[in-house]
Design a protein around this ligand. Structure first.
Ligand code: NAD
Length: 506
């Protein structure tokens, strides 16, 4: 069993403040595979103090953004040789099928580091605007401060990169809390960061549970909380930040709809749903587990879906043939299982899968890939985020009803429209209230474009310029007309970088 003795605080591996540990359990074998220290409040205090010092007095926020870009590019280079190791670690700690771990859990973050760095390289950090009152105004984007970044277990390296990289590029200092289920890939990120030669205090990584998360988001030394997790926890985080008037962005849950129009190809839709609805064994915030099918060709689409879901290989996540791995924890298996019971009790027709372990498996936190049809959109299986391999099909009569049903949800994170008629698809997509949508594909999270939710799916955006802006404050500096253009340090060109005591240097 792998053991880790130290916590990564402010760039150093240090002894934890307590002897508390986290056992990482394989969801496939149900056996412990690693033990790591559990961060305690005293470790959070230490990490936030280091981040505060690095932000208030250290060089990182004051570097020219180009210098930060150059350092973060080194992270992209160093990440690549560790990719396979990261894929293996993520599969062992949370059970993602290895093919998904290689492609999405491990490869995408490497790609994202480069793409997000490109965004920063082209970002307009400073601009001068012709003021409406006659004088020019300098508009400067400055790092927001000490960032508390909290992530869930389902896409651990992907979500680490989504927060850490733009925060670093912006000039922030960061305390990242990974989930207790997935601390192992985070330790690899700590090793990579230690090789970059960042100034002391810039990054700490503290695995721990929700109590240490609560302590971190309420810490007076934190300027901004960037949270990804469930909507229930997001509400609590938002409340804590609200009372402290602390900036917060929230990437929360979803119950996204795949809207299948009546001219779509049933085979293409059914194959697409194995990704759109069932990627990461259904443990994806963007999972489109509500499938809206036209009554006109209902039978054709249902048959195609049933045959694809029935054929999905379930089992050992390290087997490259596996498409559906175990749920992350026993608790998650029980939760998904209870939704299957709920769907039956609510009167949806269970067509594929159902309760119990998949054939041939007598251990591991597995769920049979399950397809409910004839569901009503108001049923709990169509309204609540199940976070497992359970699809609910809801029939509709025309495009207007499809749009109405897609919007009849408290969430608005993702979604898709399936049709060969792109204009028709775009028309439907524009009428759906959601932060992201794909046409004939699940929305492919593009690091160049903003990602995030509306309604109970969150506040704020990650990726693209908009994601970078989540880690920036904007400062306007005007100069009295009598002053000469060069006399004010605030009047900057877009290529120069201010320096200052309070983190204004980027
Ligand atoms: P969770 O909310 O239980 O936990 C997420 C993280 O927050 C963990 O690190 C946890 O320790 C911490 N946490 C929990 N309660 C907290 C609190 N009150 N204060 C501070 N920290 C707290 O979620 P989970 O079960 O780990 O993850 C699954 C959820 O994450 C799903 O709802 C999924 O949709 C969502 N998610 C959203 C996105 C997105 O980008 N919108 C991406 C991935 C996952």
């Amino acid at each position: 069993m792998q053991t880790q003795e130290h916590l990564f605080i402010g760039g150093d591996w240090v002894a934890p403040s307590t002897t508390d540990t986290i056992d990482v359990i394989s969801p496939h074998s149900e056996q412990p595979i690693a033990r790591v220290p559990a961060a305690a409040p005293a470790d959070v205090d230490r990490a936030v103090a280091a981040a505060r010092e690095a932000f208030d007095h250290g060089p990182w926020p004051r570097l020219d953004p180009k210098e930060r870009v150059a350092i973060v590019r080194k992270l992209a280079e160093r990440y690549e040789p560790r990719r396979e190791e990261i894929a293996q670690l993520v599969t062992s700690e949370m059970g993602a099928p290895i093919t998904f771990s290689r492609s999405a859990q491990a490869r995408l973050p490497g790609f994202m580091i480069s793409a997000l760095t490109d965004v920063a390289a082209e970002y307009p950090w400073h601009e001068t605007r012709s003021g409406a009152l006659g004088a020019d105004v300098g508009v400067h984007r400055e790092p927001v401060g000490v960032v508390a970044a909290i992530i869930p277990w389902n896409m651990p390296m992907f979500l680490t990169v989504a927060k850490l990289v733009p925060a670093l590029l912006a000039g922030c200092t960061i305390v990242l809390k990974p989930s207790p289920e997935t601390p192992l890939d985070a330790a690899v990120m700590a090793e990579l960061l230690a090789e970059l030669g960042l100034p002391p205090g810039v990054v700490s990584i503290l695995p721990g549970g929700r109590d240490v998360g609560r302590y971190l988001v309420s810490h007076p030394g934190v300027d901004k909380v960037s949270f990804t997790g469930s909507t229930a926890a997001g509400r609590e985080v938002a409340a804590a930040c609200g009372s402290a008037l602390r900036k917060v962005s929230l990437e929360l849950g979803g119950k996204s709809a795949a809207v299948v129009l009546d001219d779509a190809d049933p085979e293409a839709v059914a194959t697409g749903m194995t990704v759109a609805g069932l990627m990461n064994s259904g443990q994806a915030c963007v999972a489109q587990t509500r499938i809206l099918l036209p009554r006109k060709r209902y039978g054709e689409f249902v048959d195609a879906l049933a045959s694809v879901v029935e054929g999905l290989a379930v089992g050992d996540p390290f087997d490259p043939a596996t498409r559906i791995g175990p749920m992350v924890t026993f608790r998650q298996q029980q939760r998904v299982s209870s939704y299957i019971d709920q769907g039956k009790a609510e009167g949806a027709r269970l067509l594929v899968g159902g309760p119990g372990l998949p054939d041939g498996l007598d251990r591991g936190w597995y769920i049979r890939p399950t397809l409910f049809v004839d569901a009503d959109n108001s049923m709990r299986i169509a309204q609540e985020e199940i976070f497992g391999p359970v699809l609910s099909v809801v029939p509709y009569s025309d495009d207007d009803e499809a749009v109405h049903l897609a919007n009849a949800s408290e969430y608005g994170l993702s979604g898709s429209v399936w049709t060969p008629d792109i204009d028709r698809g775009l028309n439907v997509a524009h009428r759906i209230r959601s932060g992201t949508l794909g046409i004939n594909q699940p929305y492919s999270m593009d690091p160049a474009a903003p990602f995030g939710g509306v309604k109970s799916s969150g506040i704020g955006r990650e990726f693209g310029r908009e994601g970078m802006e989540g880690f920036l404050d904007v400062k306007s500096i005007s100069i009295a007309p009598a002053a000469t253009p060069d006399s004010g340090a605030a009047r900057r060109s877009s290529t120069s970088s201010p320096a200052g005591e309070s983190g204004g240097g980027s």
